[in-house]
Write a protein that binds this ligand. Structure first.
Ligand SMILES: [Zn+2]
Length: 173
């Protein structure tokens, strides 16, 4: 599964990735393609590889056999600070934590109640869930019981903060 990337090619790819991403807080959101599992992916020569893996490789934090995981819960985020090379056990701990959070009954009840009210997306939990989701606008709207317009507005209206380095968090030094 190893892939050889020259120093020059690595630097070029990182520049390309940074240029495409949008900052959102400490997150760097990848707007490009994703593989069938929703993992941000980029073509390198004849191979399509995970953007997160590439970021970890370039940061010297990658080892073959590990999994490039996202740690902030936003699957489109490829910030180095929100990525980790995890072994299988660590990965399962991480996903168990996430599942626990997503299955929290009070959270889901709250989301369902807002959805029933015809919701203007006033529920912070629901807004967060929509922003963190990789589902299409249409799928999210159907799932939450709100209009596609509301989902669209929410996703398009994220505020962007200016940080000292435009690439903070991606391992830029
Ligand atoms: Zn993030």
């Amino acid at each position: 599964m190893g892939i050889e990337i020259s120093e020059e090619q690595g630097a070029y790819l990182m520049t390309k990735i940074r240029a495409r991403c949008t900052e959102d807080g400490d997150c760097l959101m990848w707007p490009g393609s994703a593989n069938s599992n929703g993992i941000p992916s980029i073509r390198v020569g004849k191979t399509v590889i995970s953007v997160r893996k590439l970021v970890l490789m370039e940061a010297g934090r990658w080892k073959d056999g590990l999994n490039a995981a996202n740690t902030c819960g936003r699957y489109r985020c490829v910030a180095e600070g929100h990525s980790a090379a995890l072994n299988r056990r660590e990965l399962s701990v991480l996903s168990a934590e996430r599942t626990k959070y997503h299955l929290r009954p009070e959270r889901n009840a709250k989301i369902a109640a807002y959805a029933r009210k015809g919701s203007k997306l006033e529920c912070a939990e629901m807004r967060e869930a929509i922003l963190n989701s990789d589902l299409s606008t249409r799928a999210e709207a159907r799932l939450r019981g709100v209009s596609q317009h509301a989902v669209c507005d929410l996703r398009g209206g994220r505020s962007f903060k200016q940080y000292s380095s435009p690439f903070a968090g991606l391992g830029a030094r």
